[in-house]
Design a protein around this ligand. Structure first.
Ligand code: SF4
Length: 124
């Protein structure tokens, strides 16, 4: 098995090759620093991604607020996470950086607001 991975840890974008030899040994080539090797190995075992989505807002000037996870979560959980979040609602007002949910799905990541949503005027 051989996979080519572009490292996204920094802007250099090294092309890293991960190869599994017939005896099971994993060879990693093409990285310029240890962070790249670590990234490539994680990509083939348990890829992680920062989650970006929106949450519904109760009583806000906008119906939704954009959010992201405070750190990458397992890629395999992203679909389920977006579905769970689509059923949730948070109360306005919301400030950028507010932690709306803690330790979401036991990942250790919090769900953070990435925009401000004021209270709807008629609700003030
Ligand atoms: S391997 Fe290191 S230098 Fe290359 S893109 Fe990844 S982090 Fe940057």
């Amino acid at each position: 098995m051989e996979r080519k991975i572009i490292c996204i840890v920094c802007p250099v974008g090294c092309e890293i090759t991960v190869r599994e030899k017939s005896d099971g040994e994993i060879l990693v080539e093409g990285f310029r620093c240890p962070r790249g090797k670590e990234y490539a190995l994680r990509e083939i075992t348990n890829p992680m991604r920062v989650l970006f989505t929106v949450l519904r807002v109760r009583g806000g000037e906008l119906p939704t607020v954009s959010v992201k996870s405070s750190k990458p979560i397992p890629k395999k959980l992203i679909k389920e996470a977006v579905k769970k979040l689509s059923y949730m609602e948070v109360d306005a007002p919301i400030e950028v950086g507010d932690r709306l949910l803690e330790n979401f799905m036991g990942t250790g990541a919090d769900i953070i607001a990435t925009r401000k949503v004021e209270k709807r005027l008629k609700d003030l």
